[in-house]
Design a protein around this ligand. Structure first.
Ligand SMILES: [Zn+2]
Length: 65
C-alpha cells in the first residue's frame, strides 16, 4: 500500500517533469544523446529518457543507457 503511494507520487513528479529522487526539474540535468533518444542525467545520478520530441520523461532502463 505504501509502495503504491510512492509509485503514484513518482508518476506525478514525472508528469511535472521532475526527478523522482530529488524533485529538481529534469531539464536542468546533463543532456546526452544515445542513438535515437535523449538521455538526461539528474544531479542526483538518476537517468531519464525523453521520448521523441515530447517533454515527457521516463526513468531510463539499464539497456537504454
Ligand atoms: Zn534527481
Amino acid at each position: 500500500m505504501i509502495k503504491n503511494v510512492i509509485a503514484q507520487l513518482q508518476m506525478w513528479l514525472l508528469a511535472q517533469g521532475r526527478c523522482v529522487g530529488c524533485g529538481m526539474p529534469i531539464n536542468k540535468g546533463k543532456v546526452s544523446k544515445k542513438n535515437t533518444h535523449i538521455l538526461t542525467t539528474c544531479k542526483c545520478g538518476r537517468i531519464y529518457i525523453q521520448k521523441d520530441k515530447s517533454s515527457f520523461y521516463e526513468r531510463a532502463k539499464i539497456s537504454q543507457i
